[in-house]
Ligand binder design. Structure first.
Ligand code: GLU
Length: 324
């Protein structure tokens, strides 16, 4: 009896096994790509997640995009350079330095040419967040204080060092730390550090979170120093953070760069064309991913782009009459 049961069970087992294996093998036919994003508590990460979901639905693209969190811009450019990422979000200033092998030691004499632009998205504001207890009101007052310059491999870190330089400060003039953005926010809230730099979109979760504590304020980046810095590093623009963008926050001025999307230049033209088209065909879902994402429009998709377009993206913009 026992034996007969086994015989009867066998076809069932085979069917069950097939049921498990067939969809998996179909899924495997999808091309796997990675999108290097940024901080889980930032804007890149939710945006990359939205892009992954949007492209997954496109039948003739047959893509599965996995999203990786990272320190962000500098690391992401390097991941593109080594072929460890297929797509990446990064700041336009960092994209320029990377592509041309200039300004930052990470890229000097090591240009990353294998990188093509897809679109620029939204301004990323350098949020300089200080604890109220520290009494810090200006960049100059960061001297001697414990300050998070950003995560290792971030664009934030590069911005922090350029801003300090503009105000006559060197890294050695303060107690500088490099830690990830979520940890930086925790340390600011706990008063373990006096201030931190965060280059991220307006309304970024990490900034909302620090302001909910009621213990922080924004430090302005303006005046003659900021003007001189914009001349030296022309990617910066001045941006106002309206009052109460964050809980009980007073109006402040700071500098901003642009977030942008890139792909490895050697990714097939057709793939990047379809990827770009998929995003613009479903802008609604993209916009819903974060308030900052609403800045992506076809008309502004090339504004502030400092590197050559990926041929697949170029084809899409030509078709739309945005590019000749
Ligand atoms: N722009 C940031 C950086 O490269 C990342 C911001 C984010 O993840 O929202 O440092």
């Amino acid at each position: 009896m026992k034996c007969r049961n086994r015989v009867l069970l066998l076809p069932l087992v085979v069917i069950l096994a097939l049921a498990l294996v067939v969809p998996a093998s179909l899924a495997q036919q999808r091309r796997l790509v990675t999108i290097a994003s940024g901080w889980v508590v930032g804007v890149y990460y939710p945006l990359a997640g939205a892009m992954s979901r949007i492209v997954y639905k496109v039948k003739d693209l047959n893509l599965r995009a996995t999203v990786e969190s990272s320190g962000a811009s500098v690391a992401n450019a390097q991941l593109i350079g080594t072929g460890d990422a297929d797509f990446a979000l990064l700041q336009n200033d960092i994209a320029f330095y990377a592509y041309n092998g200039v300004t930052l030691s990470a890229f000097k004499d090591k240009p990353i040419k294998n990188m093509g632009a897809i679109f620029t998205i939204y301004p990323e504001l350098v949020h300089v967040v200080a604890t109220k207890a520290s009494g810090i009101k200006t960049v100059k007052e960061l001297r001697g204080r414990r300050v998070v310059l950003g995560p290792q491999g971030s664009g934030t870190e590069a911005n922090a060092l350029q801003i300090l330089e503009a105000y006559g400060l060197k890294e050695s003039d303060l107690k500088a730390e490099r830690i990830d953005a979520a940890a930086a926010a925790d340390q600011i809230k706990d008063g373990r550090v006096d201030a931190g730099f965060f280059t991220t979109g307006m309304g970024s979760a990490v900034i909302l979170d620090t302001f909910i504590s009621g213990k922080v304020a924004l430090v302005t980046v303006d005046g003659a120093e900021a003007e001189a810095m914009k001349k030296k590093y022309p990617f910066y623009t001045s941006v106002k953070v309206p009052a109460n963008t964050y809980k009980d926050q007073a109006e402040a001025t700071t500098v901003a760069v642009m977030a942008m999307m890139v792909a490895r230049s050697d990714l097939p033209e057709d793939l990047v064309y379809k990827f770009t088209k998929a995003i613009f065909d479903d802008l609604k879902q993209f916009h819903e991913a974060h308030s900052a994402a609403k800045s992506l429009t076809l008309e502004t998709a090339l504004a502030g782009n400092p590197i050559p377009l990926h041929p697949g993206a170029a084809r899409f913009y030509k078709e739309k009459g945005i590019l000749r």
